[in-house]
Design a protein around this ligand. Structure first.
Ligand code: DAH
Length: 339
């Protein structure tokens, strides 16, 4: 009998368990009510007196070993379970976090803001859903004016007075209505036109509008301001102003910069001329000043407007305007190193 118990002791010592269930059946087998130990204890009364001492000690040894084993394995299994918990191994190095980057439109917009703020322009904004007055009428584009057709308009529902602004020139009007000259402001923002989407044009894009109103502002001031801008923005120091027409400025001009003809790309984007058109500008029409409550006999000023996408496409050599709105990370990632 004692040998039998010793065999059990050896078995208990060797025992290993990978799961809680395995450990539990081990516990029941030895320590349970109908377990092996109780069977041996029941045998105790039948053991001859001279052997009772050794028998008792061996059974106790088996009991202690079995109990110690259960406690030991239970602890190991419980620790393992904690590892699988929601925090995992807290000492493991973290997964790398993918950093985002600024959108090229934001980069160019911020650069334009910076350049103009260095010469005293502040930033102003207006609503994207506009009324007829601020988008058209106050800008010298009364109802039935043919120039309204220059910008195909999205109207909001069937109310012809509520529309998505077709240009940021609407912010000029709002700013002049609310601010006394001198005024030096630029207004970046999103604009909308009912145009077919292609590589060169989109129905949603961005513009920056500039406005300068003070006493004795001249066309020379306009030209110097734009020259300063093109030098800072593109590093190019030759511009030309071509006569043009906008209802809200008189005289009006289109601004070209001399891009150069240094390589094949220059030939392609300037169509072999070396010149690139980058914005529209002019002296604010006295009618517009009066519409906005500014005395045109006392004040004069200039305005200009440019498309941000167009400038970004030139700076970064982007061939298709649709890239800006597709949110393809392979495209966006390329602007990571920029400010
Ligand atoms: N609003 C014009 C457009 O969207 C751009 C423009 C031209 C703005 C001349 C001006 C300006 O302020 O003087 O095409």
């Amino acid at each position: 009998m004692i040998d039998k118990i010793k065999e059990h002791i050896a078995e208990v010592e060797k025992f290993e368990a990978k799961a809680k269930e395995e450990l539990e059946s081990f516990r029941i087998k030895y320590l349970g009510k109908k377990g092996i130990l109780n069977d041996f204890f029941a045998e105790f009364k039948n053991v001859p007196n001279e052997m009772k001492k050794e028998f008792g000690q061996t059974i106790n040894a088996l009991k202690n070993k079995a109990e110690a084993k259960v406690t030991e394995i239970r602890e190991v299994l419980e620790n393992k379970e904690e590892d699988k918990g929601s925090y995992g191994d807290l000492t493991r190095p973290a997964e790398p976090i993918a950093l985002g980057s600024r959108h090229p439109i934001s980069l160019v917009k911020n650069q334009i803001i910076e350049i103009f703020s260095n010469i005293g322009f502040n930033v102003s904004e207006g609503p994207e859903v506009e009324d007829d007055w601020h988008n058209f009428t106050a800008l010298n584009l009364p109802e039935y004016h043919p120039a309204r057709d220059m910008q195909d308009t999205f109207f909001v529902q069937t109310n012809p007075d509520v529309l998505l602004r077709t240009h940021t020139s609407s912010v000029q009007v709002r700013y002049m209505e609310n601010t006394k000259p001198p005024i030096r402001t630029i207004s970046p923002g999103r604009v909308f036109r009912n145009e077919a989407i292609s590589a060169r044009s989109h129905c949603i894009f961005h513009q920056v509008e500039g406005l300068y109103i003070d006493k004795d502002v001249s066309f020379a001031d306009l030209k110097q301001t734009l020259l300063y801008f093109t030098k800072e923005m593109f590093g190019k120091s030759k511009i030309r102003l071509r006569p043009s027409y906008f209802p809200f400025t008189e005289p009006s001009a289109e601004v070209d910069i001399y891009w150069g003809l240094n390589n094949e790309i220059d030939y392609r984007i300037t169509k072999g001329t070396g010149w690139l058109e980058i914005m529209g500008c002019g002296m604010v029409d006295p009618n517009v000043l009066e519409n906005c409550g500014i005395d045109a006999k006392e004040y004069s000023g200039f305005a200009f407007g440019m498309g941000i996408e167009r400038i970004a496409m030139l700076l970064y050599q982007i061939g298709d305007i649709r890239m800006f709105y597709e949110n393809d990370v392979r495209f966006l990632e390329q602007f990571k190193s920029a400010l």
